[in-house]
Design a protein around this ligand. Structure first.
Ligand code: CA
Length: 377
């Protein structure tokens, strides 16, 4: 088929579909005239009581209007107000205003809150498997994580495991690939990792511990002074956009490319009872607005990191890559951590198997497509 005949045939198909659509809607309209009870059935699925504004209390683990993560949630709330014609309102509580930053999981589980925006890696104490929904070192990228969640069975597992806490999660954003962190001295070999005091949470921290480092957990507000005073030698955070705001470059100018958080999933999670009680239309609006937030946040991180990267030179930042010996050791340690955690927790084992299987297939496709392209670009 040449291009012209293809276009003609495509145009005909489109016209046929449009006509078919017209016939369909005509038929429905005629049916409604002939059978008024059918109209009533249709109306009965409209569950919103427009006389009452439904308000959902959502707490976040971020300061109010925190760049990208917090502002993303702000936009989600105003979007809901717009598309629901104010029949649904999201009231946002920034961290520590209603519950502590990391109290949002329990408060939503118990019904004190209707929902929260945070990251599943924070809840590994509830179930170590939860951290995997955020991603894992040397694992899936942001785009691949969304693929696994939406089309690879990941979301099913996440909802099944959260249901035990009366919670209903959604992927609510992603930090995109994170940087490996800020170091006071360059890392030339594995020797430089030994005894290193580094602020690095989650599975990445466990991997660093296997390499001989001393991973330390610190709240955001204490990282800079700890780095300045030598309480820690290094810290990871997110990427150029958020990291430069923290000023780490002033005391630890060696900034390394990352391996430990290749795309960290954030979550918008609801109390399951609250979610089930919502009108179907409100559920659909929330689903759409969360999907929008999820997509926008990844793009915003990509764009703002791109902008921030251009300033690093003038701030005296020295961009670095870890030596291959460190990367090889970290990869091997990651496999050990994942295998040890799988032995300890059958939930972790199931989620890890699902994600790892997806990763294997995804690597095959990414290697012949994106990786090739990035190499030749
Ligand atoms: Ca991080």
């Amino acid at each position: 088929m040449n291009r012209r005949s293809f276009l003609t045939s495509a145009a005909l198909t489109t016209t046929a579909l449009a006509l078919h659509g017209c016939n369909e809607s005509n038929r429905v309209a005629i049916d409604h005239t002939k059978h008024p009870q059918k109209q009533d059935e249709k109306l009965s699925t409209i569950n919103i009581n427009r006389a009452v504004t439904k308000t959902l209390k959502i707490a976040t683990s971020w300061p109010a209007h925190f760049p990208i993560m917090g502002t993303g949630v702000d936009r989600f709330a105003s979007r809901i107000e717009q598309i629901s014609a104010k029949s649904l309102q999201i009231k946002i509580f920034a961290k520590n205003t209603l519950v502590p930053a990391l109290g949002v999981f329990d408060a939503t589980s118990s019904g004190k809150l209707d929902g929260f925006h945070s990251g599943p890696y924070y809840w590994k104490g509830k179930n170590s498997a939860f951290s995997l929904f955020s991603g894992f070192p040397f694992g899936l990228t942001a785009q691949e994580l969304n693929g696994w969640l939406m089309f690879g069975g990941g979301m099913q597992l996440w909802r099944e495991l959260y249901a035990k806490h009366n919670l209903y999660p959604f992927a609510g954003g992603n930090t995109n690939i994170q940087m490996g962190g800020w170091f006071k001295k360059p890392i030339k070999s594995l020797k430089d990792i030994e005894g290193l005091k580094m602020r690095i949470p989650g599975l990445g921290g466990e991997v660093m511990a296997k390499l001989g480092a001393n991973p330390i957990l610190l709240p955001a507000g204490e990282i800079y002074t700890s780095l300045e005073r030598g309480v820690i030698d290094a810290t990871e955070w997110v990427g150029p956009a958020l990291d430069t705001m923290m000023g780490f470059y002033k005391v630890a100018p060696y900034y390394y490319s990352g391996w430990h958080e290749p795309g960290s999933v954030l979550e918008m999670t609801f109390n399951h009872t609250t979610w089930s009680s919502l009108a179907q239309e409100h559920q659909a609006m929330i689903e759409s607005a969360i999907a929008e937030m999820n997509a926008n946040m990844i793009v915003e991180f990509q764009a703002k990191n791109t902008q921030a990267l251009q300033k690093l030179d003038s701030l005296g930042v020295k961009l670095q890559q870890f030596p291959q010996s460190v990367i090889d050791a970290a990869k091997a340690a990651t496999l050990d951590v994942l295998s040890e955690q799988s032995d300890l927790n059958p939930d972790f084992k199931r989620v890890n198997q699902s994600a790892t299987e997806y990763l294997k297939q995804s690597i095959a496709w990414s290697d012949v497509s994106l990786k090739e392209y990035l190499n030749i670009r």
